[in-house]
Write a protein that binds this ligand. Structure first.
Ligand SMILES: Nc1ncnc2c1ncn2[C@@H]1O[C@H](COP(=O)(O)OP(=O)(O)OP(=O)(O)O)[C@@H](O)[C@H]1O
Length: 293
C-alpha cells in the first residue's frame, strides 16, 4: 500500500540459530504505534531491524520506498529517512551536549553549519536541555542523558521515528512534553515506540501491537484492545475468586482482573494495562479472554 511508510514482509530474526522473531508481516502508516510485550518478547529486535541496525535472517523490509534488505545504496537512502533511539545509547562523557548533537547531525549529513546548529538548538529545546547545551555529558543526570539521546532521534524531518523505551527515566513533565512532540511527528510520519508504560500507549498511540515470544498476539486500536477486557475488571470490598490478579487501590477497594466477581462488586473502567495483562494471561494459559468466569 502506498500510504505505508515502513513494511516488514515475512521477516524473521535468529540469534545463534534460535529464531526470536518468527515470520512477521506488518505495515506502518502515519501515526503513533505502541509496541508492548514482556521482557525478551522481541520488541528491540523488531525495532533494530526497522532501523537498519542489523539485517533480518529472512524476509524484506521497506522504509520510505527503499528496500532496506537490498543493496547498500538502498539502505543508505532508507537511513536518511529514519531516526532511531536505541534502548541504550553510549554517549562519550567528555562531550558537551551541543557538541554531541552537532556530531550526530554531521553523521546525518547536515552539511550547512548554520542550519545544523539551528537544528541542534531546536531539539535541545524540545527535550528541555537548552540551558544544558554547554554542559559535559558527565555532568548531566541520568534522565537528562536519556533526553539528550532522545534529542538526536528528533533531529530533522524523518518519515519513520523508531524509539526503544523513550520515556524510561523521564520525569512526568518531560513525559507529557514528549507526548506532544511525538504527536506532532505522527502528523506527517510513522512513530513506532516500544514501551512498558501502558499509560503512554493509552495517552498517545493510534495503534497497539502486542508481541510475545517473537509473535504478534494483538494488533489493533487502543479501543479494540480495551474492548477485549470489558466486563472482566471489577472493584469491590473483596477480591474476585480465581482473579488473575487483585490489589487494594488508593480508595481502599479491591480491584480484580478476571475471575468470578465477588458479591457486591461492580464493573470498573478498563485501562490498557488491564487489557494487556488479560491478553498476556491468555497467551500463558492462565485464563481465556471472554471465558474468565
Ligand atoms: N545479540 C543477541 N544475541 C543473542 N540473543 C539475543 C540478542 N539480542 C537479543 N537476544 C535474545 O532475543 C530475544 C528477544 O530480545 P529483545 O531484546 O528483542 O526483547 P525485548 O522485547 O526488547 O525485551 P526487553 O523488554 O527486555 O527490552 C531474547 O530472548 C534475547 O535474549
Amino acid at each position: 500500500m502506498n500510504s505505508q511508510i515502513a513494511v516488514l514482509d515475512g521477516v524473521t530474526k535468529s540469534y545463534n540459530g534460535t529464531e526470536v522473531l518468527h515470520p512477521t508481516d506488518l505495515g506502518f502508516g502515519r501515526g503513533v504505534i505502541g509496541l508492548l510485550g514482556p521482557n525478551g518478547a522481541g520488541k528491540s529486535t523488531m525495532l533494530r531491524l526497522l532501523a537498519t541496525a542489523m539485517p533480518p535472517s529472512s524476509g524484506r523490509i521497506v522504509v520510505s520506498g527503499h528496500l532496506v534488505t537490498g543493496g547498500i545504496a538502498e539502505r543508505t537512502a532508507a537511513r536518511r529517512r529514519l531516526s532511531y533511539l536505541p534502548q541504550e545509547v553510549g554517549i562519550p562523557r567528555r562531550m558537551m551536549s551541543f557538541g554531541f548533537l552537532d556530531y550526530i547531525a554531521v553523521l546525518k549529513e547536515w552539511k550547512d553549519r548554520d542550519t545544523r546548529h539551528r537544528e541542534v538548538i531546536r531539539v535541545l529545546g524540545l527535550v528541555g536541555l537548552a540551558d544544558r547545551r554547554t554542559k559535559r555529558v558527565s555532568a548531566l543526570s541520568g534522565g537528562q542523558r536519556r533526553r539528550l539521546a532522545l534529542a538526536q532521534a528528533l533531529m530533522g524531518d524523518p518519515d519513520l521515528v523508531v524509539l526503544d523505551e523513550p520515556t524510561t527515566g523521564l520525569d512526568p513533565e518531560q513525559r507529557a512534553s514528549l507526548r506532544g512532540i511525538l504527536s506532532s511527528y505522527a502528523n506527517r510520519g510513522s512513530v513506532l515506540l516500544a514501551t512498558h508504560q501502558t499509560e503512554d500507549v493509552s495517552a498517545l498511540c493510534d495503534r497497539v501491537i502486542i508481541l510475545d515470544e517473537g509473535r504478534i498476539r494483538f494488533d489493533g486500536t487502543v479501543a479494540e484492545l480495551i474492548r477485549l477486557a470489558e466486563g472482566q475488571v471489577w472493584v469491590g470490598a473483596e477480591a474476585n475468586t480465581r482473579a488473575l490478579s487483585s490489589w487494594r487501590t488508593g480508595t481502599g477497594e479491591i480491584r480484580s482482573l478476571g475471575g468470578v466477581p465477588a458479591p457486591g462488586s461492580r464493573p470498573a473502567d478498563v485501562a490498557v494495562e488491564d487489557a494487556y495483562l488479560l491478553v498476556r494471561s491468555e497467551i500463558t494459559g492462565a485464563t481465556k479472554i471472554g471465558e474468565v468466569r
